[in-house]
Design a protein around this ligand. Structure first.
Ligand SMILES: Nc1ncnc2c1ncn2[C@@H]1O[C@H](COP(=O)(O)OP(=O)(O)OP(=O)(O)O)[C@@H](O)[C@H]1O
Length: 260
């Protein structure tokens, strides 16, 4: 587990909703293989906030993140990024929305092995045919502590450094929201703490919005709010979480699933 975060931080006043779902359901398969992965989930992710999504394995965390981020289709209900309804977009519009307004961080860092750290960071802009804003690039690079590694390829970087490149890449196009699916899942506790600290700073200092799926109570404690899913439903939430309180909540899930 990663080191516990330090004191609670001051919050800027929330200005709006970065992403939201209303009665969102996702059903996989049919007949005997039918699985209701999400069951009418309504949730809002406020701008300038860091939210963690937790819950037992298979409860629908990744499905919720993927549907809310426009990576996966849903069966019913709605999802929006800002004021844009995802259900109203065709594939091309959805691709553009993901590229321009959303940053992604995955457990497997998903960097391009032949590109340098700098080229990986600026890749979303290169694809969009845009030039990096020099000041923003410098700011993101200095925040990630990667200044001395920009010419290195992913294979020449540690896991933590690679994930920091991935976080910088997620930030470079100034997305309105960043989604992370177990972003520290492949990192040791020290590297995980670095990446989580960086994500938290990007919320505090850069005003970004972060939504992160995790199974680690210590990682969740970096967030401003933790939401809990169980069997595809939103069952609880906790503000100003601590690792101990999150752990207790998760143990309550385990106890209930053993008796049900
Ligand atoms: N492509 C798929 N086809 C069929 N069922 C699926 C598919 N993807 C996920 N599921 C099912 O949907 C449910 C939710 O899966 P999901 O991956 O969202 O859970 P999770 O909470 O992220 O799990 P974990 O913590 O183990 O990663 C599970 O029961 C899973 O088996």
């Amino acid at each position: 587990m990663t080191a516990a975060p330090l004191a609670p931080h001051p919050h800027p006043a929330p200005t709006g909703i970065a992403a939201a779902t209303t009665d969102l359901s996702k059903v996989y398969g049919s007949g005997d293989t039918r699985v209701v992965a999400l069951d009418r989930v309504s949730i809002s992710f406020h701008e300038g906030r860091f939210t963690a999504i937790m819950g037992p394995s298979g409860c629908g965390k990744s499905t919720l993140m993927h549907c809310a981020a426009g990576l996966d289709s849903f069966s019913s209900g709605s999802a929006r990024i800002g004021t844009t309804e995802l259900g109203s977009l065709n594939d091309e519009q959805l691709t553009r929305l993901r590229r321009d307004r959303i940053g992604f961080i995955f457990q497997a860092f998903n960097l391009m092995p032949t590109l340098t750290a700098l080229e990986n960071i600026t890749l979303p802009l290169t694809i969009a045919g845009r030039k990096p804003d020099r000041q923003w690039l410098d700011h993101v690079v200095s925040l990630t502590g990667l200044s001395q590694r920009l010419g290195h390829r992913p294979g020449q970087l540690s896991g933590g450094q690679q994930q920091r490149v991935a976080v910088a890449r997620a930030l470079i196009a100034r997305p309105s929201i960043i989604f992370g699916d177990e972003p520290t899942g492949n990192l040791d506790s020290r590297a995980g703490a670095e990446v989580l600290g960086f994500l938290r700073d990007s919320v505090r200092e850069l005003g970004r919005t972060v939504v992160m799926v995790t199974h680690d109570p210590v990682a969740a404690a970096y967030a401003d709010r933790v939401v809990f899913l169980s069997d595809g439903r939103l069952v609880d939430e906790m503000v100003q979480p601590t690792a101990d309180r999150v752990l207790d909540r998760m143990k309550a899930f385990d106890a209930r699933s053993r008796t049900s």
